[in-house]
Design a protein around this ligand. Sequence first.
Ligand code: AMP
Ligand code: ZN
Length: 132
Amino acid sequence: MCIFCKILNKEIPSYKIYEDEDFYAMLDISQATPGHTLVLPKKHITNIFDLPEDLASKLFVVVKKVSDMLKEKLGFNDLNILNNSGEVAGQTVMHLHIHIIPRYSKDEINLSPVEHEYNKELLEKVYAKITN
Ligand code: AMP
Ligand code: ZN
């Protein structure tokens, strides 16, 4: 059983902050910033590609609810929402989860993708692949 399934099964403790029929939200054990939260489906789903569409739309409603709740309680104004799907993308726990990361100052963490130079050829090549 995966570690998040064990948490959902109450075999491992967690700091629960929200729960409904389909989802569970808890504090991330390693707080990137104070209030760093994970929202996960109760069903074991590996990542975004295995997520059924009905749960996908419900999930974002929960992410929105939990974001508002954290903002109200913790008093920040800014926030990052992040999902790592797959090992190359940095996923370490193979049970889908959305990171909600409150932001208090610009220099506390760096989540921005590395900026590359504008490359028309590259852009048009990938655009053709996607749209053909
Ligand atoms: P990711 O790298 O996107 O798969 O994120 C996995 C996250 O799960 C990391 O930020 C970990 O700190 C967090 N994590 C791992 N074990 C636990 C746990 N027992 N309770 C809460 N968060 C956890
Ligand atoms: Zn699981």
